[in-house]
Design a protein around this ligand. Structure first.
Ligand code: ADP
Ligand code: MG
Length: 396
């Protein structure tokens, strides 16, 4: 990249024999002491092996859970260090209380996980004393954890101010994908925003109307927008107190030349349950005892046609209550259209959000998307147009 705003592993020189502090996301789900999903561990492989193969002493920094400054056996990273070793296919060491002399004794090319950074009371306070104490352990700092970049903590932000700082491979890929999707995208750009509530995504919606050409609203939040336009949504999930807000978002979209797409047919049921009796109706025909659980197939067809005219798609939030069949149909169908357009090379597609990732996996579409972010909170803050402190520190 010509005008790259941050340094990457390509810019690291003379690291053989030197300790490199690498912030990773090891905050994996555990069940009965076993890692139940190793997606995040696999995301570390590129950076950790590249640095170890360059004969650095790799020191992995990460948090696990919310110990709030107190050490405990339950939240130790020790078992996760072992699981990381399995994923990497090489030995991974562990240091409970790291000091420079212990680091100096490590072998070149070794990988060592340091204990849960949040055991230190200073971590979440970005405490200058802890920054100095940790910086003394390494000669370089690499941040490879985009998912933690919305926090200004010692291991996510502070260290970048005192050590030569670089983006790891996973961070680099994430930043490039996000840049292509919203930073400097090819137009026309479509955004799909779905999920349960408008209130949780107000800032996302307000930011997107200024950035994208088409805003596709689905999920429970579409009901609030429909209600704002005078539609009776019956017993649907709907934030009636936010109808004024919804109207001002629609006005802002108009002013910014952003076309908002609301569904004109919807799938309704009387029970919020898998397999509930349901019918597809025009939005003006929702019964007073019915709730909208998905958008209709005519709406999905129209939205597919919109995506066919677009070069870029950013997606957060399912279009319906996708966890319950058959209310997954719209999400699955539109995801498969986006996946096909991406495969054909006409669309750059980026998606993120906990339930969104689950929905795209359910649709068998995730692997065809250009990029799927597992970053949750950091992804949403980025969709809100916020500057992430961990990213900003790398750009400085
Ligand atoms: P993400 O985790 O990807 O950011 P959200 O958490 O905002 O997504 O939204 C996902 C939730 O929204 C899902 O649990 C889904 O069932 C719910 N949802 C979507 N459409 C509806 C609807 N019409 N009525 C009720 N809940 C809905
Ligand atoms: Mg969610």
């Amino acid at each position: 990249m010509p005008d790259q705003r941050f340094k990457t592993l390509d810019d690291m020189h003379d690291i053989a024999g030197k300790p490199v502090l690498v912030r990773e996301d090891l905050n994996v789900p555990m069940q009965n002491g076993v890692v139940s999903d190793d997606t995040r561990l696999r995301a570390t492989v590129a950076t950790l092996t590249e640095l170890a193969d360059a004969h650095a002493k790799v020191l992995v920094l990460a948090h696990f859970g919310r110990p709030k400054g107190h050490a405990s056996d339950e939240l130790s990273l020790r078992p996760i260090a072992d699981a990381l070793g399995d994923v990497l296919g090489r030995h991974v060491g562990f240091l409970a209380s790291p000091e420079r002399h212990a680091v100096d004794a490590l072998a070149n090319g070794s990988i060592t996980v340091l204990e849960n950074s949040r055991f230190f009371p200073g971590e979440e306070k970005n405490d200058p004393a802890l920054i100095q104490q940790m910086a003394a352990l390494g000669d370089f700092y690499v941040n490879d954890a985009f998912s933690a970049a919305h926090r200004a903590h010692v291991t996510t932000e502070g260290l970048a101010g005192v050590l030569p700082a670089f983006a790891g491979r996973a961070m680099e890929a994430e930043l490039k994908a996000l840049e292509a999707a919203l930073g400097n995208p090819e137009h026309p750009v479509a955004a799909v925003v779905g999920g349960a509530k408008v209130s949780s995504k107000l800032d996302v919606l307000t930011h997107l109307v200024t950035k994208v050409d088409h805003l596709i609203i689905g999920g429970g939040m579409a009901n609030t927008f429909l209600a704002a336009r005078g539609v009776d949504v019956g017993k649907s999930l709907c934030e009636h107190d936010l109808t004024d807000t919804a109207n001002s978002i629609l006005d802002a979209a108009d002013a910014a030349n952003c076309t908002v797409h609301l569904p004109y047919d919807v799938v309704v049921a009387k029970k919020f349950a898998a397999g509930a009796d349901n019918r597809t109706v025009n939005v003006h025909e929702v019964g007073s005892d019915e709730m909208i659980l998905d958008i209709g197939m005519s709406a999905v067809e129209a939205l597919s046609d919109v995506l066919k005219t677009c070069k870029t798609l950013v997606w957060n939030g399912p279009l319906g209550a996708f966890e319950m069949e058959p209310f997954d149909r719209a999400t699955v169908a539109l995801a498969q259209t986006a996946a096909a357009l991406t495969r054909e090379g006409s669309l750059v597609s980026v998606a993120g959000g906990g339930d969104t990732v689950a929905a795209l996996n359910h649709a068998g579409a995730a692997r065809d998307f250009s990029f799927v972010s597992t970053a949750g909170g950091a992804f949403l803050e980025w969709m809100e147009g916020k500057e992430l402190p961990g990213v900003k520190a790398l750009e400085a």
